[in-house]
Design a protein around this ligand. Sequence first.
Ligand code: FAD
Ligand code: NAP
Length: 363
Amino acid sequence: MTFPHKIYDNYSLLQKNTLGLPSTARYYAEVGSVTELRCALAFAREKHLPVIPLGGGSNVVFGEFLDALVVHVNLKGKAVLSRDRDCVRVRAEAGENWHELVLWSLENKAYGLENLSLIPGTVGAAPIQNIGAYGVELKDSFVSLEAMSLESGLVEYFDRQSCDFGYRDSVFKREKRDQYVIVSVTLDLDATLKPNLGYGQLGDLLARRLGNQAPSAVDISQAVCDIRREKLPDPSEVGNAGSFFKNPEVSQLTMDRLKQEYPNIVAYQIGRNWKLAAGWLIDQAGLKGERKGRVGTYQKQALVLVNHGGATGQDVLSFSSMIQRKVNEMFGIRLEREPRLYMDDIGKIPRHRSRDQDNQDAI
Ligand code: FAD
Ligand code: NAP
């Protein structure tokens, strides 16, 4: 088989992950079309290697050597598919930058993504953890996606139901993990702005800026960007992967216990359960701004782990385990990591066999 685009071996991923971790991929390919993607997957099948799809690298922790084919998904294109009085349907290819899609949607008078401004990464990764911020999630506007099966090389269609989105979660983190490369996403956006300002800090900032005047979508987007720039480290300056842990969800019973001991605990009711602010738990455990060697928590937001320079994936992993242990000791709560770890578990990623290998076995 011939591979029309370049596949690099022993490729450094240092510039390809926002934590800035040193890592080498055994093979690396950048794909700009479905055909190139199919060829890259065939290459991995032939070499009997696992495939790791990569977007902006803003939600991954890499070990020092990845015995895999890392496929940088770089399919480009975005379009308005239809528009009526209520709804603007848009489609974007997986390699588009998420924040640029948000800005483009606003230019096209299509609303609903403004609270998701400035989230790093690509469109194709957005459904993986159902990205969310300031009270809005991808699933609120999601219609469908197309994804190539690593097994068959065929492009399959997933509607909202089959993605089974949850809080920073989807079927692609569970039952269908490591089985697909997302190639495009279709969203239904609003033709008129329906501001979602329920998130305290956002509403407050806009009220200070605009008084009683109703905010435009651009006002909201700019406010979100300003709050984020103020509070979060810019990965181009300080290596980080955003929130390192998910906010844990606990039962009413656990909440009652915690509230008795910690009356100021920061928590939000969701249905019958409570969502605890993981950043607050870490802060209370005395770990805000903590540093161990080359890794630490960010001064302004304890939920963000930062690479102070020269850290490895193992350093990050050890530091995060220490946080999990201390929070568990203090509150009896187990924090779950949010970014995907590609460390020693790479061997567990399924490898797909080429037809030639199957035929050889059959002889
Ligand atoms: P990558 O890091 O490249 O990949 C993440 C995972 O998705 C990997 O397992 C990868 O294999 C898989 N993947 C990537 N592309 C594809 C594809 N096309 N098909 C199949 N699998 C794929 N997240 C939020 O939800 N809300 C936030 O507000 C937020 N803020 C952040 C702020 C900062 C400063 C940073 C650094 C991160 C933040 N994040 C946030 C996390 C991150 O931006 C999102 O998870 C984002 O969607 C990751 O996109 P990516 O392209 O960088 O994915
Ligand atoms: P924050 O405003 O300091 O709030 C702390 C936590 O409390 C957040 O994680 C948020 O949960 C929750 N919260 C705050 N106000 C809430 C409300 N009115 N209703 C329900 N929950 C509320 O958080 P932050 O760190 O500055 O982040 C702001 C937003 O950007 C959050 O939505 C956060 O998830 C998102 N963000 C995500 C990442 C990431 O990597 N995943 C990184 C940076 C920021 P939620 O997280 O559930 O919203």
